[in-house]
Design a binder for this molecule. Structure first.
Ligand SMILES: Cc1cc2nc3c(=O)[nH]c(=O)nc-3n(C[C@H](O)[C@H](O)[C@H](O)COP(=O)(O)OP(=O)(O)OC[C@H]3O[C@@H](n4cnc5c(N)ncnc54)[C@H](O)[C@@H]3O)c2cc1C
Length: 397
C-alpha cells in the first residue's frame, strides 16, 4: 500500500470511530457550529466532533502545527477533506477566518499577526466577519470611503477609523473584522486602500442588524466612530490592501465553490425528489427525471473539475481564472438545483412554517431562497462573468 493509501485508510478509520452519526447528515443552517466567543453547541455530538477535530488541528489540516493546524502535507490535507466528504462528515467549525483570512495571514502576515490571530481561530475562540462592502461600494469595491488616519499617540502608532460597512454577515456575532479602509484619499482609487484587522469590541464600533422580509437576517451595518486600530493590525504594506484583498477574494470564491463538497447546507437532489416523482403524473415525472439527470451530471462534472483545479493549485499553478469560474458555476448550479426541487415538490416546496409540511419541506424552501444570495455574495455572477471575460478569456474590456 502506498503511503497515501495507508494514510487515507487511517483517516477513514479515525473518522468512522470519531465522527458521531448525527454529524454525518446533511447540515441545515441552524446546526452550523460557528466558532468565537459566543460559541454554542446544541447537542453533545456537535461538541464532541468540534473538540476531536480541534485536538487534531483539523479545522485546517494543512496549516502548520505551530499555529494550531494539522501540519499535514497539501496532499494529506486533501485526503482528509476527501474522506470527510465521502463519509458526509460536517465541517466541525464554520468561520470566515479559517476559510479566508487564515490563508492570507499565512502568506503575508507578520509572525506576530500569525500568533495573535491564527491560534485562537484554530481553538475556535475567535470568530471573524468581513468588512468590505459599503453603501456605495459593492461590486465597485474600490469606491470605498471608510477612512483610516495614521496618528501617533501615547499608546504608540495607530489608525483612527471612521465610516461604515454594510451587508456584514454575522457582524453582530463576530469578535474581529478584516476590513478594507482608505488610508490615502488623494491616491488613485485602488492605491489608497489598506487591509486592517479590527477588534469588534473596541470603543467606537457599533453594529446594527438589518432586518429582512423573512424576519431573519445575518446581515449587519457596522459603524466606526474614531475607532483606534494599532498599526500592528495592518496586513501587508500600507496602501497595498487591494492586493491583499484580491488574494482573500480568491480564497472566498474557492470556499464558496466548495459548497458542492458538503461545506454548506445542500441536499441530495435525487433523494429529495424521489417520493414526489412517484406521485406525479407519468408525463410530468418523465420531464423532471430528465432535468434531474442533467442536474446530477452537471454536479458530477463540477466535482471532477473541482478535483482537477485543486490538484493544479497543489502543484502551485495559477488557478485564479478557474477560481472565478468555479464560484460562478457552482452557485448558479445550486440555484438551478433548488429551483428544480421546489418545482418537483409543488406547493409543498413553498412551506415556510406549519404542521401541514414536513421538516424537509421547510428546509428546502429556506434553502431555495438562500441559494439566491450565493450568486451575489463574494461578487455577483455578472461581475464574475466580467472577470472571466477579461482575465481568463482575454476579451477587450
Ligand atoms: C449572502 C451575502 C453575504 C454577504 N456578506 C458580506 C460580508 O460579509 N461582507 C461584505 O463586505 N459584503 C458582503 N456581502 C455584500 C456583497 O459582497 C455585495 O452585495 C456584492 O459585492 C454586490 O454589491 P452591491 O450589493 O453593492 O450591488 P451592486 O454592485 O450595486 O450591483 C447591483 C447589480 O448590478 C450588477 N453590476 C454591478 N456592476 C456591474 C458591472 N460592472 N457589470 C455588470 N453588472 C454589474 C451586479 O451584478 C448586480 O446585479 C454579502 C452579500 C450577500 C448576498
Amino acid at each position: 500500500m502506498s503511503d497515501n493509501n495507508s494514510f487515507r485508510a487511517e483517516v477513514a478509520a479515525w473518522l468512522e470511530a470519531n465522527c458521531p452519526a448525527s454529524m454525518r447528515r446533511p447540515i441545515v443552517a441552524e446546526e452550523m457550529v460557528w466558532g468565537g466567543s459566543r460559541l454554542q453547541f446544541q447537542n453533545e455530538d456537535q461538541r464532541l466532533w468540534f473538540e476531536r477535530c480541534r485536538e487534531r488541528g483539523w479545522f485546517a489540516p494543512g496549516w502548520p502545527r505551530e499555529y494550531g493546524g494539522g501540519g499535514l502535507t497539501p496532499k494529506q490535507a486533501r485526503i482528509v477533506e476527501e474522506e470527510m466528504a465521502r463519509l458526509s462528515c460536517r465541517q466541525p467549525q464554520y468561520n470566515l477566518g479559517v476559510w479566508m483570512l487564515g490563508p492570507v495571514l499565512l502568506e503575508v502576515g507578520t509572525e506576530e499577526q500569525k500568533r495573535e490571530h491564527l491560534i485562537p481561530m484554530m481553538r475556535g475562540e475567535r470568530r471573524w466577519c468581513q468588512g468590505f462592502s459599503e453603501p456605495n461600494a459593492g461590486s465597485d469595491l474600490a469606491s470605498l470611503k471608510t477612512s483610516a488616519r495614521r496618528v501617533q499617540d501615547a499608546d504608540g502608532e495607530a489608525y483612527i477609523v471612521n465610516g461604515s460597512k454594510i451587508w456584514t454577515s454575522y457582524g453582530d456575532q463576530a469578535d474581529w473584522m478584516y476590513a478594507l479602509v482608505r488610508t490615502d484619499a488623494s491616491a488613485r482609487k485602488q492605491q489608497g486602500i489598506s487591509f486592517v484587522l479590527i477588534d469588534m469590541h473596541a470603543p467606537g464600533v457599533s453594529v446594527k442588524p438589518i432586518e429582512l422580509i423573512s424576519g431573519k437576517s445575518s446581515f449587519c451595518e457596522v459603524f466606526f466612530d474614531n475607532v483606534r486600530v494599532p498599526v500592528r493590525q495592518l496586513v501587508g504594506p500600507e496602501g497595498e490592501g487591494w492586493a491583499v484583498a484580491k488574494k482573500l477574494l480568491q480564497h472566498e470564491r474557492a470556499a464558496m465553490s466548495k459548497f458542492a463538497e458538503g461545506g454548506a447546507p445542500s441536499h441530495d437532489a435525487l433523494a429529495v425528489a424521489r417520493p414526489y416523482l412517484q406521485e406525479a403524473a407519468p408525463a410530468q415525472a418523465a420531464v423532471w427525471r430528465d432535468r434531474l439527470a442533467a442536474q446530477l451530471m452537471d454536479a458530477h462534472a463540477f466535482a471532477l473539475t473541482h478535483q482537477r483545479v485543486t490538484a493544479q493549485a497543489m502543484a502551485r499553478q495559477d488557478v485564479s481564472g478557474p477560481a472565478a469560474i468555479m464560484k460562478l458555476v457552482q452557485t448558479e448550479q445550486e440555484v438551478a438545483k433548488y429551483e428544480l426541487l421546489v418545482q418537483v415538490m409543488g406547493l409543498n416546496g413553498l412551506s415556510w412554517e406549519g404542521e401541514d409540511f414536513t421538516a424537509l419541506e421547510h428546509d428546502i424552501c429556506r434553502q431555495w431562497l438562500l441559494t439566491k444570495t450565493y450568486t451575489i455574495g463574494g461578487g455577483t455572477s455578472e461581475v464574475q462573468l466580467n472577470i472571466i471575460a477579461k482575465r481568463v478569456l482575454g476579451l477587450p474590456a
